[in-house]
Design a protein around this ligand. Structure first.
Ligand SMILES: NC(=O)CC[C@H](N)C(=O)O
Length: 699
């Protein structure tokens, strides 16, 4: 049946249209004011909104409501309460008050707090975030909220994100006014996160403990075919995948999530979904929902959606490329170079502020993408390396160079694309290429932060980016304040000259995978923070704490709590992976090795007794090699058995994380190499789990 997509779109969202229809005029106006200017909301307004919201929700089949929040687990949390209220004589009405809309009280003690609170201090609050619309899912009204402790500390990712958006808006408006653009009263950050993922058959998935417990394969020999044919990227969609994507789009559209692009990605079984950009806060909520619905929809199609950054060794991993820009309430994209970027001083100021921010806070940018999973992805297969640098492209690099050197900038002539075939339409070539090895690439009118991993919330990278750019703008503002309008162009020119000299070291347009770049980056004094435990100590470096405190993003305590949580998460992940690997080897793999070795031995003996002259050297060598591997794996498992309890002995979580990275992961790698070599010698029918070729090529 043909569906009317525009009427389906947002049908489960308490959006502007519903609000206009359902709310009294003055309430609608007050709520809009709160949403647009991020001002405080009065309780009477909340009461009126609650009535309308409940009415709309019940009309659309909802029986419950939940405050929906994003604790520091990286996932979302929800607790459903029904609307029913007894009215005596055994009857109920459906009721919902402004108080229930505005404030919730989940027990905060069971969520990670990184030492922000003791276990006995249970009280926590959720507070309605009216800037992200409420929606209905599975018969429940979801109300996006922020989550804080009894003492007011942020226990979530939304609160600091909202704070960082406000900080950036404040600093951007200030400098725009100094530059003479006085109409702007508010600036918002927009993001469009491209989401990569893998789909595998559910039946095959169920046979692998590593995929079930860790989301990635811990062992597995490479398939004879990987991505070398370069045929999967943008390849025709197989019917089962197309059906999945179709369902997914519809479910997302109902929730007002602007899913726009879908395609096959580079690795076999890998795909991508990209939405149209929205305000950062809403886009972060949407991305959380997208990941959840991706997994749910996969179940319906007997598939499993893997969001891990590196589910399979040797082929591309999955990222989440964060397309970031800033735009004014007057409709201007501040990162739009326009036709003559060299003369667009407003653009140059904002571009330079981003460069300065990324250079000065490259360590924080790295931290914002740091997880145990992403450590496996960075540095190869089209994911950026761990060194943070910026790709600007030829034209902008030349513009900044001409300012630095006081030379005249000559704009590249627009080049018509030569395809050699006359029937094809003529078009103009972009003035810059793309760069897939760059962690942070300018792509025409926005930056693409490519370092982020596919499974993580996009909140933290955006908190850090917004804050660092707010700081750069505030410093530029100080330099420009008091300049007479007629001197502004010259003052900006001089400011950029000083800034580019200082920060050009972070600009790199070349191939980020080469050995030369690693050496060059070191010479330039850039960070190369390879692993999560390597980079996290920079989170609590004094200058970084000061940055967050100055802009009221995190308090010192909030930073330390996040530092602890990230490290704990890293350690727990490695522990779970190590234990899973051990179980898989002991319970699944080693029995298969020994039973196959004895089958070969028995068969050879029987052949030999039948034909004594037969040569059994190859069979002997196979059995002996399998026996050798068995011993090697047992030996390394013994080592792992000693290492695992040692993790608990460290009094500092940083030391435990370092130990996991340096020692435990090394033992796991060793075990993997033994197992993968042996796997190649064992017939499929004897293996206890499906191999890479079946996982990657069976759909
Ligand atoms: N096509 C692409 O951009 C590949 C990106 C790659 N999958 C990553 O890890 O980021």
């Amino acid at each position: 049946m043909k569906k009317n997509i525009p009427s389906l779109y947002g049908s489960m969202v308490f959006n502007d249209k519903v609000m206009r229809n359902k709310l009294p005029k003055d309430v609608y106006k007050a709520l809009k004011k709160t949403i647009e200017n991020e001002t405080h909301l009065e309780l009477e307004v909340a009461n009126a909104v609650a009535v309308a919201m409940k009415e709309w929700a019940v009309e659309n089949g909802a029986t419950h409501f939940t405050h929906w929040f994003q604790p520091m687990t990286g996932f979302t949390a929800e607790k459903h309460d029904s609307f029913i209220t007894p009215v005596g004589n055994g009857e109920v009405i459906m009721d919902f008050s402004g108080k229930e809309l505005v404030k919730g009280e989940p027990d905060a003690s069971s969520f990670p707090s990184g030492g922000l609170r003791a276990t006995f201090e249970a009280r926590g609050y959720t507070a309605w975030d009216p800037t992200s619309p409420a929606f209905i899912k599975d018969g429940t009204l979801y109300i996006p909220t922020a989550f804080c402790s009894y003492g007011g500390e942020a226990l979530d990712k939304k609160t600091p994100l909202l704070r960082s958006m406000e900080a950036l808006s404040k600093e951007a408006v200030k400098i725009l006014h100094v530059l003479g653009n006085t109409e702007v009263t508010h600036v918002s950050t927009t993001i469009g996160p491209e989401q990569e993922y893998f789909l595998v058959d559910k039946e095959l998935y169920r046979q692998r403990r590593d995929l079930i417990l860790c989301g990635r394969t811990l062992i597995g020999a490479p398939a004879p075919r990987g991505q070398e044919m370069e045929d999967h990227y943008f390849g025709a969609l197989k019917p089962r995948i197309a059906a999945y994507m179709h369902d997914l789009d519809e479910d997302l559209w109902k929730l007002g999530i602007p899913a726009k692009t879908k395609h096959n990605e580079v690795a076999p079984a890998q795909h991508e979904l990209a939405p149209i950009f929205s305000t950062a806060n809403v886009a972060v909520d949407h991305n959380q929902l997208t990941m959840e619905i991706m997994k749910k929809t996969a179940e319906k199609h007997d598939l499993v959606c893997l969001l891990h950054e590196k589910p399979f060794e040797g082929i591309n991993g999955s990222g989440k490329h964060n397309n970031w820009s800033i735009s004014t309430n007057t409709g201007e994209n501040l990162l739009e170079p326009g036709k003559t970027p060299a003369k667009n001083i407003q653009f140059l100021v904002f571009l330079m502020a981003v460069i300065k921010a990324v250079d000065e806070y490259a360590d924080l940018m790295r931290i914002s993408a740091a997880t145990a999973g992403n450590d496996h992805r960075l540095g190869g297969n089209e994911a950026p390396p761990a060194i943070v640098s910026i790709f600007l492209g030829n034209e902008l690099t030349a513009v900044l160079k001409s300012i630095e050197e006081d030379t005249y900038f000559e704009k590249q002539k627009q080049i018509q694309m030569e395809t050699g075939a006359h029937v094809l339409p003529h078009f103009i070539k972009d003035n810059t290429d793309r760069n897939r090895t760059s962690p942070f690439a300018f792509t025409g009118n926005k930056f693409e932060f490519r370092m982020l991993g596919s499974s993580a919330s996009v909140a933290t990278p955006n908190i850090i980016l917004n804050t660092a750019v707010a700081e750069a703008l505030s410093q530029f503002c100080k330099e420009l304040e008091g300049t007479a309008p007629q001197d502004m162009e010259h003052a900006v020119h001089e400011l950029i000259k000083r800034a580019i000299r200082k920060h050009k070291k972070v600009i790199f347009n070349g191939n980020g995978y080469t050995e030369e770049w690693i050496k060059e980056a070191e010479k330039r004094g850039l960070y190369n923070l390879v692993s999560t435990p390597d980079c996290l100590p920079r989170f609590i470096a004094e200058e970084n704490i000061q940055l967050f405190e100055k802009h009221h993003i995190f308090t010192r305590e909030e930073i330390f709590s996040r530092y602890e949580i990230l490290l704990e998460n890293y350690v727990k992940t490695i522990e779970i992976e190590a234990k899973t690997l051990k179980e898989m080897l002991l319970k699944d793999f080693l029995p298969a090795v020994s039973s196959y070795a004895s089958t070969v031995a028995e068969n050879t003996l029987s052949v030999k007794s039948f034909v004594p002259a037969v040569d059994t050297a190859s069979a002997q060598s196979l059995v002996s090699s399998l026996g050798g591997t068995y011993e090697e794996i047992m030996g390394a498992l013994k080592k792992l058995d000693e290492e695992l309890p040692a993790i608990e002995q460290f009094s500092s979580i940083q030391d435990a994380a370092d130990y996991c990275h340096e020692t435990v992961l090394a033992t796991m790698d060793l075990l993997r190499s033994y197992a993968d070599q042996a796997e190649e010698k064992i017939p499929e029918s004897q293996l206890p789990y499906p191999t890479y070729d079946r996982l990657l090529f069976s759909i």
